[in-house]
Design a protein around this ligand. Sequence first.
Ligand code: HEC
Length: 511
Amino acid sequence: MRSHGKSTGQVVTRAAIASLALITALSACKTESAVTDVAAVGELRPARSVVFDGAVDFALALPNERVLYANGEDLVLVDGMDRRVVSSTSLLGDLITWTVIDDVALLAGRNGTFALRGSDFFRSELASAIDGMNVTSLVSVPRRGARDDLYIAHQGGLALLRDGRLQDISLEGVTLSAPVIGSAPFFSGRSLWVSVPAAMTTDEMSEESPAGALYELAFDDDDALTASKLAIDFAPSQMAADASGVLWLLDEESGEVVAIELSRTPTRYRFPFMVDSLQASSAGPDSWFGGEGRLFHHAAGVFNEVEGVDRIRAVGADGTILSGSGSLERRAARHPATWNGPSTGSVLVRTTSYEIVLTQMSAVESITANIDGEEIDVTSDRSVSVDPATLESGAHALEAVIRYTDGTLPTTARVVFEIGVRANWNDDVNQVYLDHCSDCHHATGGGRRLDRAEDWINDFDQILINVKEARMPLGRDALDSKTIALIEAWGAADFPADAAAAGGSTESAEE
Ligand code: HEC
């Protein structure tokens, strides 16, 4: 039943369980959480996009809109239109926890740990390494330019798998027994949050905080693991973070939820019902709170009561939810929309048109667009025109807000573009000529003249090729990218002679 043939790409040195560098810089602050009574501002009716039929025991929302669900004996993978049985539920046993690490889904069940890559469901070295650890929770934390970190919470403590090395994490003065873990985005990356019941802490804080403690673990610039401690007056049973970095903690005893903001200030939320499940995705703004047959949604400080969803099974990285008890449905708080045009980070040099692409064309109430908050016109074919001449150089945000009448939340689509250099002949390109070309391309040399704007305009493409390929200036250092960008910007702006011609006109030079 166990095949060892396949690899997740992770080679795990199981033997080398070394304790991780001692925790330093343990700072503490005590939480005095303000209590806020939650009132729903309105009703949210999440849009339904897909229905998967068949009874569902559990469902996982995998990246790229893939879904893995348990239907009786079958573990079914849904990938677009394709639906196939990848394994049996009895092989896995009851699902305990799962995560996605380096594009491989890792599922820990009662009968062992398995990996799912593509539609291959298999035992992997990684899975074998964490088997037998009595895993309670797996959390992967992406690292820039490196393999994801995998944090493994188990009955006996906390371990980290980094670059194939499995290491125990120990906190000074703290017994990490059955910790509850979660990860949240924060200022410069991501941190791991670990909560332990207070009985397990032996440091001086424990008397003041009888019920629990929360540790924020992060790697500093030198890759040393540091921890700071937040004293909390309860032991959270669930935690989840949303994309704004808010960490939500469930206090099962009171049925209340404590939110820890980026500023590390906690707020206690009292719902009109006992919350027994909280869900969020660190890729989106949405958080969901369920209990007593009711469901509330939170985004950007606003709570809404959710209608038409009986039970959330999973929250996908894309913010969609899988819900339902009989059959499974994919729903989202809002209809997605995107900008079709130069992608985020593009430098605009000429008047450019962006088009709003909607996934839901009916029930549209209004479409507005703005640049840096300032409203701009949207044409009937949902396009806007951005004229660089009307904007300061630097980064600008183009945003569309689409409102619907079907009970979903307004959709925002955002793209950031930059207005690059502005150039004219007198101030800029003539100077490039004088600095880099005039020795050889002057008026009386008998060769190619480049001392007049018209010479540059006539040979523009050829000049660009020559400077980009560093053939010109002949025998000298190539022009730097800024200087080349200046020449390009001058051409893109239609060769203005001077500053007045370059910026004075607000008329857009339509293509
Ligand atoms: C050290 C002398 C020298 C300098 C400096 C120089 N060039 Fe040239 N360049 C030449 C010579 C020699 C040729 C070949 C004869 C010709 O085509 O005029 C040439 C040719 C060219 C050509 C035509 C190449 C082709 O593909 O046929 C272009 C365009 C050009 N130069 C642009 C520039 C620009 C723009 C600069 C300044 C950024 C520059 N050159 C600086 C000497 C120079």
